[in-house]
Design a protein. Sequence first.
Length: 113
Amino acid sequence: MNELNWIKEFPAAVTLCDEDGIILDMNDRAVKGYEKEGGRKLIGSNMLDCHPEPARTKTERLLAGREKNVYTIEKNGVKKLIYQSPWFRNGQFSGFVELSIEIPFEMPHFIRS
């Protein structure tokens, strides 16, 4: 059993792209979330084409600068944490991973020492 297969059914959307923005993989939740845009058929396409302005320019800047981007959104009554971050293979920049995680509107926040 390949232990990395856990991500396929992980209950958050996971999308992986290379350093040029080409979508390499999507888990089941991401495929479902992008169903209207083509779902699994998006693999092999450039994720920049999925972003209208001004998001496209911002995404290009994030790719070029290898910058992390974290924010929350609300859409159709669902609140999500969006976490976009560079990923690396053997220390080499290899692209971006995006996690889209449903979160409650009200959630506890803890400060730990």
